[in-house]
Write a protein that binds this ligand. Structure first.
Ligand code: CO
Length: 299
């Protein structure tokens, strides 16, 4: 697979701009939906498309929360908020995240994941061992007294694919000692630090879905088929949220159709991920493009 480096770089610039703009928006009293809708529109204003819904994860929520059709979050004064943004141009995806500490009381926890990402950035090179990346993240996070989240990982990125099969551990995984990043790889590194158990668990609630690529020939009503065609046409197999479908159907019908499509294996659901010990979680993320002989920081 070959990538268009210019499209990738442009996606990266848009993602970084939107990520940094989120700092201005996330304030006590604001709703997650206001922030996410603003950030998602800003991506489009800058010439990109969201590669997945804006992730707005507060305190012990680690990932995969975006405001739903009927649920939202209001930011409080002492919250820490992770904003995880994905942008694509013709399938060239840039993935980046930041943690915003509203009270300023959690500086060390924020620093733990931030420093881990900075150190990995400084050692990143073609053919680097995945063990080496994980070991670096774990040691930087532990040096500040926290734990990395072991069951969340970085990932390689393909055209129109956010998680393309390779997982980059956030801890020293010895089984990956000889596994190296091959050339011509887009890779997202995302250290998560916590004062909890160092592990996330899924909850039942799902606000993010993607098309699995399996469309049943029969057994869908015409409305189910219409909504599925809309999803495939707009998002292909990239993650989306029912919030983006508000204009094409009313809420109750939409909720029911999404549930049916998931049950039939047509849609994949991404459950919200929460720290298993209810610890606070910080996260930073950058995307890199690794060629045969250089490392390009995309975000
Ligand atoms: Co990512």
């Amino acid at each position: 697979m070959s990538f268009d480096i210019n499209k990738l770089k442009l996606s990266g610039r848009i993602a970084s701009t939107v990520r940094d703009y989120s700092i201005k928006l996330v304030k006590p009293g604001v709703r997650a939906s206001e922030v996410c809708e603003r950030l998602e529109s800003y991506i489009i204003e800058l010439g990109g498309y969201p590669a997945f819904p804006c992730n707005f994860s507060v305190n012990s929520v680690a990932a995969h929360y975006t405001p739903g059709l009927s649920d939202d979050v209001i930011v409080s004064e002492r919250d820490i908020v992770k904003i995880d943004i994905g942008v694509h141009i013709d399938g060239h995806i840039a993935d980046t995240a930041i943690t915003i500490d509203l009270s300023g009381e959690y500086g060390k926890l924020i620093e733990a994941s931030q420093r881990a990402l900075e150190t990995v950035t400084s050692i990143m090179k073609p053919y680097i061992s995945l063990y080496e990346i994980g070991r670096t993240i774990e040691s930087e996070i532990k040096a500040l007294g926290y734990k990395p989240i072991r069951n969340l990982s970085g990932h390689n990125i393909g055209l129109y694919v956010v998680h393309a099969g390779l997982s980059i551990p956030n801890y020293a995984d010895r089984t990956l000692y000889y596994t190296r990043i091959p050339p011509n790889t887009i890779i997202a590194i995302e250290p998560f630090a916590t004062n909890g158990r160092g592990q996330v668990k899924e909850v039942l609630q799902v606000n993010i879905y993607s098309y699995t690529g399996r469309k049943p020939k029969i057994g869908l009503t015409s409305k189910e088929n219409e909504i599925l065609e809309y999803i495939i046409g707009r998002y292909k197999t990239l993650p989306f949220t029912p919030r983006w479908l508000k204009n094409i159907s009313d809420q109750r019908e939409l909720e029911e159709i999404i549930r049916t499509l998931r049950t039939k294996g047509v849609l994949h659901g991404y459950p919200i991920l929460i720290e298993a010990g209810n610890g606070l979680v910080s996260q930073f993320e950058h995307t890199f493009y690794i060629t045969e002989n250089e490392v390009i920081v995309i975000t």
